[in-house]
Design a protein around this ligand. Structure first.
Ligand SMILES: Cc1ncc(COP(=O)(O)O)c(C=O)c1O
Length: 439
């Protein structure tokens, strides 16, 4: 199968060398996925952070089948709608931040980022502020890889083959509590947030449309900010009239222990984007929610908002999302994620925290990162050529744990339904794998 695949398939992050030892996944049950050799793995990243309800959920399959039999597709362009889309938008307006009550649906996270950028630019244009077009984002931020989303993404390895990037995209440092160096006497969180103010002043407030940030940076290394970071970000965005876009593609729908993650810090964004867990990955789906102030400007506009996807508000995606959200509510996923996340983090810290090469074990809700360093006292990293993260990943796979790394940070975000025994196995496997590579 892998030989046939190599002949004809191009993969995301395509690399022939990596792909020569590919798994061909054939089935899944709960937190377990099985490859074509019949070997079972714990799905340590819930697919790509999305399969929160776990594999093999018959309710989701039934919801998709029922909707496909009734109406498999219809346009949602202005002039057309469908009942699952209406119900989903209503439901999200109840679940989401109070000021966010209007939703646009996409097929995934990258399209959601594109949509947020267009929301911000069009909002300012409709208010007569034509020059406000720039987008500020952060190092280690991941917002997808369509061209504008890639330009907002702050993980540099995604850029070189595809440059030039879209002009007008600016990056500021990540708050990265483990590594950000604040001036003496200043709160690290406030200093990191003030990087945004400096960038806005450098660019000119009259040219900046929006700031986009993941509440907890996911693909960049599970980086959860300081407690005072987002409050200061909100103040800065208000002061300079910059829209604050929360990219909750990973953190939305319970992953961090709250339905939406800025709730941890009592902050509301102007725009939220989501994807992944809204359907537990069973249907490609995402979207953007806008606050009432932006909605009012759009509603008073006389010209159409010329942004559209064929699969916006896909009735099957909406039906699966609605059914999935019912699971999240009935099984109280935010609470489960908070409890199990604490359990996993404690287990990882107990097993790995004292290892001389483990710089930091961190997490928020059921997403954790284990950062390996060459020198714990200086936080010096290993040379990339030593491939420490990739080697640990390989050892973990041999022991039955499948996830991803960012450099030498091992990432974990298993399905929310993962059992405590499986969480124990994750800790044991990662501990053995780190020892196998680093002693
Ligand atoms: C925070 C965040 N935003 C956007 C995206 C892009 O989503 P997609 O891969 O569905 O385009 C991702 C994907 O991992 C993500 O983690």
């Amino acid at each position: 199968m892998v030989a046939r695949d190599l002949d004809h398939l191009i993969h995301p992050l395509h690399s022939r060398k990596i792909h020569e030892s590919a798994h061909v996944w054939v089935k899944g049950k709960g937190a377990i996925i099985v490859d074509a050799d019949g070997k079972e793995y714990i799905d340590g990243l819930a697919g790509l952070w999305n399969v929160v309800a776990g594999h093999g959920r018959k309710e989701l399959a039934a919801a998709a089948a029922a909707q496909m039999e009734t109406l498999g597709y219809c346009s949602a362009y202005a002039g057309s709608s469908n009942l699952p889309a209406i119900e989903l938008a209503e439901k999200l307006s109840q679940l989401c931040y109070p000021s966010i009550n209007r939703f646009f649906f996409t097929s995934g996270g990258g399209e959601a980022t594109e949509t947020s950028i267009k929301v911000a630019r069009s909002y300012w244009k409709l208010r007569g502020r034509e020059q406000k077009t720039k987008v500020i984002s952060r190092q280690w931020g991941y917002h997808g890889v369509t061209l504008a989303a890639m330009s907002a993404t702050g993980i540099k390895s995604y850029w070189p083959l595809f440059e030039p990037r879209v002009p007008g995209f600016i990056h500021i440092p990540s708050p990265y509590p483990y590594r950000y160096e604040a001036p003496a006497g200043e709160s690290q969180g406030v200093a990191a947030a003030n990087e945004l103010e400096k960038a806005i002043l450098r660019e000119g407030p009259g040219t900046v449309a929006m700031f986009i940030a993941e509440p907890v940076q996911g693909a960049g290394g599970v980086i959860s900010p300081q407690g005072d970071y987002f409050q200061r970000i909100r103040e800065i965005c208000d002061q300079y009239e910059v829209l604050f876009v929360a990219d909750e593609v990973i953190t939305g729908f319970g992953r961090t222990g709250k339905w939406f993650a800025l709730d941890h810090w009592g902050v509301e964004p102007d725009v939220i984007q989501f994807a992944k867990a809204i359907t537990s990955g069973y249907f490609p789906f995402g979207g953007v929610g806008i606050n009432d102030a932006i909605a009012e400007v759009f509603e008073n506009s006389t010209s159409p908002w010329m942004h559209a996807y064929t699969y916006s508000a896909h009735p099957v995606g909406c039906a699966v999302a609605l059914r999935n959200i019912r699971i999240l509510e009935e099984e109280d996923f935010p609470k489960q994620a908070a409890d199990k996340g604490e359990y996993l983090l404690k287990g990882l810290q107990a097993a790995l925290g004292d290892h001389p090469r483990v710089g930091e074990v961190r997490g928020k809700g059921l997403m954790c990162g284990v950062e390996i360093v060459k020198d714990k006292s200086t936080k010096e990293e290993f040379a990339a050529s030593e491939n420490i993260g990739a080697r640990i990943d390989k050892e973990a796979q041999q022991r039955g744990l499948f996830s991803r790394v960012r450099g030498d940070v091992y990432l974990l975000a298993p399905p929310i339904i993962t059992t405590h025994n499986q969480l124990d196995s994750i800790v044991d496997i990662l501990n053995d794998s780190v020892k196998a590579v680093l002693g």
